[in-house]
Every structure is written in structure tokens, then in C-alpha cells.
Design a binder for this molecule. Structure first.
Ligand code: SF4
Ligand code: FES
Length: 248
């Protein structure tokens, strides 16, 4: 396939940035989107030009770092995949593809397609953990009876990889699907009850402090989430937050 790429280039956080056109030929439909960008970068390096900066790590849908906005969609036109799992067979010969970073006030651009998502780390630090007795009397987690439905829902919430597609997709740049998942994975389990009140208050307060917008129930986040995180997690977080606020 021969393609035209329109890629966001931005030297650093202070640069205004602009779209730049690139032609790329002989792209295999079996390549992943990131492999296609690797080929482009090799060509740019051979020509003595600056390669395009983009984030990646695992390249198998686990780490959540490959945050690209492709043709107006977070992680591109496929469903249930991250950018590293997106294949070029989703495009046609002669296509023009627009490639931009995830855009949100709380995710400032570092360079080209790389954004700073440490706001998510700070939300996690505010409450995304449990305290466990490690004195030698620790109860084996597998010995604690947990309702199967709750265990399944907690596991589903825990599959959130923190990619930020929900924020990039939301017209309000809301992080509520991410925070809802991180609150739910503990709220549903006995291990999460000790710090439940503090957790939801601290995580939601940190989310607001980072400058994420509010949820207006559009549901775009759920559609674009590569891990199928359900809006039910936002409803659960809201219930947890209300209960915690009433407890004071
Ligand atoms: S909720 Fe989905 S879209 Fe949002 S960070 Fe988690 S995995 Fe990514
Ligand atoms: S590179 Fe890890 S999820 Fe894409």
C-alpha cells in the first residue's frame, strides 16, 4: 500500500506544533501501525531528518503507552485494540491517515506524538493501592471467599491499562472511566474495604486537581476503550464517592 501520512510534529511543550505530510510506499497490510511508523522513521533517519517521537513499550496491548489519535479516533478505526495491535489492513491503498497525540489539558505534549500522562500516576498514588498485613499472619488471598460475580467485575475493572484513550475521546477530557475502573477493582473486593472511604475521596480529588473535565454521560469513552471498561464503573465510583462524602 502507498499512503500519505499527516503527522503532528511539535518540538517541545512550548512549540506551537503543526501537521506535516509524509509519503510512505510498499506498506504491508500485515504490519502493525507502530511497525509502519518504524519504517517511516528509518527512512527519515536515512535522509538525515528528525524521526517522529511516539510512545511504545510492550507492543502487545498491555502497557498502555502507545497513545495515538488516528483519523480522529483514539487507537484508530479498529475496536478493542491499542495502537500497537492495530494493523495496516484496516486502511486502503492511497489512504491519507491523520496521526495526532492524545489531546487533553491534563496530558500536555512532550514532543510530537508523546504526551505526559503522569497525571494518571498521581491519581493512582492518591489511592490506587491496598494495605496488607505482612507480619507473617497474612491470609492467602485465595482463601478469602468472594462472590463470583464481584470477582469477575473486579477483574474486568483491573484490566484497565491506563492508556488514556477515554480522556482523549471524551469531549470534556474526563478521566472518570479510568478512575472508575481503579476505584471499582478494590471497591468490589474485601481487601479494598479498609481504605475504601479515603480511596475514592482522594482519587476523585486528585482527578479534579489535575484538570480533567467532568462526565456528561456521552459514553464515547466506553466505545473507544481498548479493554472494554464499562460505564458501570463510573456509576459505582459515583455511589462510592457519595457514600464516602456522607461519612465525612
Ligand atoms: S478505561 Fe480504557 S481507555 Fe481509559 S485508561 Fe483504562 S483502558 Fe484506557
Ligand atoms: S505498546 Fe504497550 S499497549 Fe501498545
Amino acid at each position: 500500500m502507498n499512503l500519505t501520512l499527516k503527522i503532528w510534529r511539535q518540538k517541545d511543550a512550548n512549540d506551537k506544533g503543526k501537521m506535516v505530510d509524509y509519503k510512505i510506499n510498499d506498506v504491508s497490510p500485515d504490519m502493525s501501525f507502530l511497525e509502519m511508523l518504524d519504517v517511516l522513521n528509518n527512512e527519515l533517519i536515512e535522509k538525515g531528518e528528525e524521526p517522529v517521537a511516539f510512545d511504545h513499550d510492550c507492543r502487545e496491548g498491555i502497557c498502555g503507552s502507545c497513545s495515538l489519535y488516528i483519523n480522529g479516533e483514539a487507537h484508530g478505526p479498529d475496536r478493542g485494540v491499542t495502537t500497537c495491535q492495530l494493523h495496516m489492513r484496516m486502511f486502503k491503498d492511497g489512504d491519507t491517515i491523520f496521526i495526532e497525540p492524545f489531546r487533553a489539558k491534563a496530558f500536555p505534549v512532550i514532543k510530537d506524538l508523546v504526551v505526559d500522562r503522569t497525571a494518571f500516576d498521581r491519581i493512582q498514588h492518591a489511592g490506587g493501592f491496598i494495605s496488607v498485613n505482612t507480619s507473617g499472619n497474612t491470609i492467602d488471598a485465595n482463601a478469602i471467599p468472594i462472590n463470583k460475580e464481584d470477582a469477575d467485575d473486579a477483574f474486568s475493572a483491573a484490566t484497565c491499562i491506563g492508556c488514556g484513550a477515554c480522556v482523549a475521546t471524551c469531549k470534556n477530557s474526563s478521566a472518570m472511566l479510568f478512575v472508575g475502573a481503579k476505584v471499582s477493582q478494590f471497591a468490589l473486593l474485601p481487601q479494598g474495604q479498609v481504605e475504601a472511604t479515603e480511596r475514592v475521596l482522594n482519587m476523585v480529588n486528585q482527578m479534579d486537581a489535575e484538570g480533567f473535565g467532568n462526565c456528561t454521560n456521552t459514553g464515547a469513552c466506553e466505545v473507544e476503550c481498548p479493554k472494554g471498561i464499562s460505564l458501570e464503573n463510573i456509576a459505582r465510583m459515583n455511589r462510592e464517592y457519595l457514600a464516602a462524602s456522607l461519612k465525612g
